[in-house]
Write a protein that binds this ligand. Structure first.
Ligand SMILES: [Zn+2]
Length: 363
C-alpha cells in the first residue's frame, strides 16, 4: 500500500520540492531509492536538491537521476573553493554551466549557520550578485536554507538531537536575525528573484515577520519541510496561521527532506515517512492527531481541503519549477563529468559514479 492509502490522506498525486540525493552510494542505487520513494509517496514530480557541500559530485548525481526518472527536476548547487578563486565571475560561470546542463533551479545551503561561518561572507555579498542576477533573469528558482530554529542559538532551549549534531550556535556564528537581514539584502537587489525559503524560513514563531516578508516581495515562497518545530508553533496559534496559509496559499510548497537513505530491513513507512506524515496530517486532518515522529499528540491541525491543498501539494510546484523540465545538454554533461575529477581528491566510489554518469550522458 502507498503512504497516502495507508494513512488515509487524499489520493491525488503530490509534488515534493525538497528531496536530497547526497548520501554516497553507487549512483544506480540512488536512482532506485528515489524511484521507490516517488512510488510510495505518490509523487508526480519532485525536485532533487543537490548538496555539493556534502558530496562534491552531487550535481552530476542529481542530473543522472533526472535523466533516468520521469518527474525528477534538478536543483543544483554552487561549489566553493573557500579561497581567492571564488569570485563573482567564477560563480556566474558555474551558474551558466549548470544552466546548460539542464538545471531547473538552484539550491543554496550556504545560509545554514555552520556553512555560512565557513563561507565568511554574507548571502548578500557582492560576490554573489552576478549569480543571483542570472537566476533572476532566467526565472530559475533558488531554494535557500537560511538559519535554523531560533532555539539552536540558546543552550537552554536547543533539542538534544541538534546539540548532538553540533548545532548549538555561539557568538562565532551569525546571529539568527542576521540571516533575515542578509536575505532582505538579496531581495532589495533582486526583487524579482524567485526565492523559496526552506523550512518556512524558520519564522513559524513570528507571524508578523512572515507576513511582512510575503507582502514585501512577490517572488518569495516558503516551503513546509520540517523543521518539525514549525508544526508545534502553528498549533499554538492555529487560527492565525490558518488565515496566513489561506492568504498565501499560492506561495507555500510541500517538501519532505527525504534523503537517499538505504532502507535496510525497515519498511518504506518506517524509513522515509516521518516528515511526510507530520506535514500531511497537519495539512489534511481536522482535529488532534498523533504525531508518530515525536510521539506526541498534536493539539490542532489545519484540516484543509480542495483548492488550498491542491496549491500547496501540487500546483505551486508547477508554477514555480515549471510544467516541463528544462532540457539537458547530454554531451556537455558527459564532457564536464569526465573532466571533473582532474584537480580534485575523489573517493573510489565518487570516481566510479562519475565514470558511470559520464558514460551514460556520452552514450
Ligand atoms: Zn534539506
Amino acid at each position: 500500500m502507498r503512504n497516502d492509502e495507508l494513512n488515509r490522506y487524499r489520493g491525488k498525486p503530490i509534488c515534493d520540492m525538497h528531496i536530497h540525493p547526497h548520501v554516497q552510494m553507487p549512483v544506480d542505487e540512488t536512482v532506485e531509492v528515489i524511484r521507490s520513494v516517488m512510488e510510495y509517496f505518490h509523487d508526480e514530480r519532485i525536485v532533487l536538491e543537490s548538496l555539493p557541500s556534502y558530496d562534491v559530485i552531487n550535481n552530476f548525481t542529481t542530473l543522472y537521476c533526472k535523466s533516468k526518472l520521469d518527474g525528477v527536476y534538478a536543483g543544483l548547487g554552487l561549489l566553493h573553493r573557500f579561497d581567492g578563486s571564488d569570485t563573482a565571475e567564477s560563480y556566474l560561470a558555474q551558474a551558466e554551466s549548470l544552466f546548460r546542463m539542464g538545471c531547473d533551479g538552484f539550491k543554496m545551503l550556504e545560509g545554514k549557520p555552520d556553512y555560512r561561518k565557513r563561507l565568511e561572507k554574507p548571502l548578500d555579498d557582492r560576490v554573489f550578485d552576478r549569480f543571483y542576477g542570472f537566476a533572476e533573469e532566467k526565472g530559475l528558482p533558488v531554494v535557500m536554507h537560511v538559519g535554523d530554529p531560533r532555539e539552536f542559538w540558546d543552550a537552554d532551549r536547543i533539542p538534544r538531537w541538534a546539540l548532538e549534531r553540533g548545532w548549538l550556535y555561539d557568538d562565532s556564528f551569525v546571529p539568527f536575525r542576521d540571516g533575515h537581514r542578509e536575505v532582505e539584502g538579496v531581495l532589495r537587489k533582486f526583487p524579482k528573484l524567485k526565492l523559496v525559503l526552506a523550512h518556512f524560513f524558520f519564522v513559524s514563531d513570528d507571524l508578523s515577520y512572515a507576513e511582512w516578508i510575503m507582502n514585501e516581495w512577490d517572488g518569495v515562497c516558503f516551503d513546509l519541510t520540517p523543521g518539525s518545530e514549525m508544526y508545534f508553533n502553528f498549533s499554538e496559534r492555529i487560527d492565525d496561521w490558518c488565515g496566513f496559509f489561506r492568504r498565501y496559499a499560492d506561495r507555500i510548497l510541500f517538501g519532505s527532506d527525504i534523503y537517499n537513505w538505504r532502507r535496510g530491513d525497515s519498511s518504506m513507512e518506517e524509513r522515509y515517512a516521518h516528515a511526510v506524515n507530520l506535514t500531511r496530517s497537519f495539512l489534511e486532518k481536522k482535529g488532534p492527531f498523533l504525531n508518530r515522529w515525536q510521539n506526541v499528540e498534536m493539539k490542532n491541525a489545519f484540516g484543509f481541503c480542495g483548492e488550498v491543498l491542491d496549491k500547496i501539494c501540487h500546483d505551486n510546484f508547477i508554477r514555480v519549477f515549471g510544467e516541463e523540465r528544462r532540457a539537458a545538454d547530454d554531451e556537455y554533461i558527459a564532457f564536464c563529468a569526465a573532466g571533473f575529477g582532474r584537480d580534485r581528491d575523489l573517493s573510489e566510489e565518487q570516481t566510479a559514479n562519475l565514470k558511470k554518469i559520464a558514460d551514460w550522458f556520452g552514450r
